[in-house]
Design a protein. Structure first.
Length: 161
């Protein structure tokens, strides 16, 4: 059984797969994780269905997107629990695209409407790349160190390309 791309440690069938098949997310974080999984699987239909109507684009075509999503890290969760009406989830999503490796850090806002969580919008923040972080902190990621994206590969074979 395949692991869920969201990084929960559960199988896809026991995690985000249930939501992608029409189940309702219990928390804002669960919806965030399932939306990441939808990006991995290029499920535009799911992304549009879980987007707040007033912010939803008229169309979303991911069929030509060549982004390879490498890992999701949840940074912070504010509210968004089973009894909340709103919530925020801050995350870092690492990827590799034809332009190279990168990461997106976003603080996403969610709200519950008619018993279902919806993505409202998000504020994107800069993510220091490992080389940039190393220069500022004095600590570096060596070529043979594990990649900080969580892929399990060495830095030189992953985001260091």
């Amino acid at each position: 059984m395949a692991a869920c791309p969201c990084g929960s440690g559960a199988t896809l069938a026991d995690c985000c797969g249930q939501l992608l098949d029409g189940g309702a997310a219990v928390t804002a974080e669960a919806l965030m994780r399932s939306r990441y999984t939808a990006f991995v699987g290029r499920r535009s239909d799911y992304l549009l269905a879980t987007w707040a109507p007033e912010k939803r684009p008229s169309a979303l075509d991911l069929s030509r997107d060549r982004t390879e999503w490498l890992g999701l890290q949840i940074v912070a969760v504010v509210a968004g629990g089973p009894d909340d009406a709103v919530g925020e989830v801050e995350f870092i999503a690492r990827y590799r695209s034809p332009a190279g490796a990168g990461a997106q850090r976003e603080r996403s806002r969610f709200r519950r409407e008619a018993g279902r969580w919806l993505y409202v919008d998000g504020q994107v923040a800069a993510v220091p790349q490992p080389g940039e972080a190393a220069a500022r902190s004095g600590a570096g990621v060596g070529r043979n160190d594990p990649c900080p994206c969580g892929s399990g590969s060495k830095w030189k074979r992953c985001c260091g390309r």
